[in-house]
Write a new protein. Structure first.
Length: 190
């Protein structure tokens, strides 16, 4: 029983630290259907101690077309684009005036579509109240990886996705922890 309890504790600690290790700027969904207008979310974590996130700048990759934005209370938005009207192409968006504290995320939403099947890489600059700037444009293995969206011609199919496998593993871990809790509670009551 002690071995099972120790294993469960190690698994929970590993999951907690894995979550911290993966706190990065992200654009979601990470996989999207190409040529389909849909809602995307940019999320940027405030990781600097004793500072707040005050500005976020998003550089939009070629072929990724932003159509409109959701309101971002507390933030002012400036959009740089080429063309005008229906032909306008958003190249860069800067949100300023925010005040997002440590361990919280700056979150922005927009409707957009990817024009072809490929991986789109975004550049994000995050400015803190203390003047520090984090450049989220590094390779995937870096501490500051660039957010990406993989556009595909179809979503679904018969193959098992990585997300499905991760969900099953986490679900199984939850079941194991629940059983251990019930067994442990039963011994305390008896």
């Amino acid at each position: 029983m002690r071995t099972a309890l120790l294993t469960a504790v190690v698994a929970v600690v590993a999951l907690v630290f894995a979550d911290v290790a993966f706190a990065h700027a992200v654009v979601s969904p990470p996989v999207a259907k190409a040529k389909t207008l849909q809602l995307y979310t940019l999320s940027v974590p405030t990781e600097e101690e004793n500072a707040t996130t005050t500005e976020i700048e998003l550089t939009v990759p070629n072929g990724f077309s932003i159509d409109s934005f959701a309101p971002s209370p507390g933030w002012k938005r400036e959009v740089q684009s080429t063309g005008s009207g229906e032909e306008a192409v958003v190249q860069k968006v800067t949100w300023t005036g925010g005040n997002v504290p440590t361990e919280e995320d700056s979150v922005f939403q927009f409707n957009a579509d990817a024009t072809s099947d490929k991986t789109y890489t975004f550049k994000v600059l995050q400015t803190y109240s203390n003047g520090k700037v984090v450049d989220w444009s590094g390779p995937e293995s870096s501490d500051t990886p660039a957010p990406t969206v993989k556009a595909v011609s179809s979503i679904g199919g018969s193959s098992t996705s990585t997300l499905t496998i991760v969900a099953l593993v986490l679900g199984a871990a939850g079941v194991v922890l629940g059983i251990i809790a019930l067994v442990t509670r039963g011994r305390e009551l008896g």
